[in-house]
Design a binder for this molecule. Structure first.
Ligand code: NAD
Ligand code: LMR
Length: 342
């Protein structure tokens, strides 16, 4: 029960009870990059959702075994495997949500932007197929650098004439999950009720936890704010270094993405009270993409929550201004890539 994904205890209890009752599960979800370090545990967690009727697992290799293995779990969804470019279109037909953890992860010493050269093309190709086969689906992008891959996806969808900014999400949930965990540890709080919004982007200083907006309200010393902010910003690197060349965060990422996908499906299912932080097209700042809390509904982003950016502390205001040039450059790099490709 305590390991469910929802931020609020009440919702958690309610959803767990739902799992024990007969319920029509109806949504189809595709995972692209499903045989990878994130893809496998993410597929397992999505297989546990009572809201899912079909789970389409796509990868360029090794996905058959993952699907065979997963299909033995006695949860309602049917698991189908799709291998290689010739099966990509079929993996996407009729799906309500697509999750993309395809691409290479960092090694020690690398930035997320160092992954651009490989992952930009992977995301571009996958999004072209999404545009052709399930243009109405919610699209969740995990592949790094998220600050650039989301703008790439937006441009590709525009070129295909099917861009709906309300349905394109950069998955930054892991930053929130980490912020909640680290704050709870430092302040000895009950994790289950804690909610720290994280805004900006998903790389280094562009990750900005708004500790002053923590709910329930928590007071921090200046030193605690500095330590927590830096730890949350460097948490990905913490894992990359601990894995020492074997990749980056996979299990916590799968947990975070499963939470976000579950939130999307709850919104699609008509739940009127679904909020998550996500990197989306936004008018909250002068930047065209920005992560913030959003309200999710049947059509995707129903509202971008602006109140989190009001009444920031001096530390947060400075950090917000400091992150803008880097985030702007990453967005522009993604847009330029999408335009220069044939
Ligand atoms: P991984 O190497 O373990 O798995 C990647 C998978 O993608 C592999 O199975 C590979 O075969 C597959 N793949 C490669 N090219 C593909 C293509 N064209 N089509 C479909 N599948 C393809 O890597 P991982 O640890 O799972 O990480 C995946 C990505 O997620 C990386 O870019 C990483 O940086 C990113 N990531 C993002 C976050 C976040 O918070 N958004 C967190 C962790 C990792
Ligand atoms: C993370 O935050 O863990 C991911 O973006 C992976 C990485 O490269 O740090």
């Amino acid at each position: 029960l305590r390991n469910s994904f929802a931020p609020r205890a009440e919702k958690r209890n309610q959803r767990f009870e739902n799992r024990l009752q007969p319920q029509a599960s109806s949504f189809k979800v595709a995972v692209l990059g499903a045989a990878g370090g994130i893809g496998q545990p993410l597929a397992l967690l999505i297989k546990m959702s009572p809201l899912v009727s079909a789970l389409h697992l796509y990868d360029i290799a090794n996905v058959k075994g993952v699907a065979a293995d997963l299909s033995h779990c006695n949860t309602p969804s049917q698991v189908l495997d799709f291998t290689g470019a010739s099966e990509l279109a079929n993996s996407l037909k009729g799906v309500d949500a697509v999750v993309i953890p395809a691409g290479v992860p960092r090694k020690p010493g690398m930035t997320r932007d160092d992954l651009f050269n490989i992952n930009a093309s992977i995301v571009k190709n996958l999004i072209e197929a999404v545009a052709d086969n399930c243009p109405d689906a919610f699209i969740h992008i995990i592949s790094n650098p998220v600050n650039s891959t989301v703008p790439i996806a937006a441009e590709v969808l525009k070129q295909k004439g099917v861009y709906d900014p309300k349905k394109l999400f950069g998955v930054t949930t892991l930053d929130v999950v980490r912020a909640n965990t680290f704050v709870a540890q430092k302040k000895n709080l009950k994790l289950i009720d804690l909610d720290v919004p994280v805004v900006g982007g998903h790389a280094g200083i562009t990750i900005l936890p708004l500790l002053s907006k923590t709910k329930p309200s928590v007071s921090f010393t200046d030193e605690e704010v500095e330590q927590l902010t830096v730890r949350i910003q460097n948490a990905g690197t913490e894992v990359v270094e601990a894995k020492a060349g074997a990749g980056s965060a996979t299990l916590s990422m799968a947990y975070a993405a499963a939470r976000f996908v579950e939130s999307s499906l709850r919104a699609l299912d008509g739940d009127a009270d679904v909020y998550e932080c996500s990197y989306v097209q936004s008018e909250l700042t002068e930047l065209p993409f920005f992560a913030s809390r959003v309200k999710l509904g049947k059509n995707g982003v129903e509202a971008i929550i602006s109140s989190d950016l009001q009444g920031l502390t001096e530390y947060e205001t400075k950090a917000l201004e400091a992150l803008k040039p880097e985030l702007k450059a990453s967005i522009e790099k993604g847009i330029a890539f999408a335009h220069k490709q044939p």
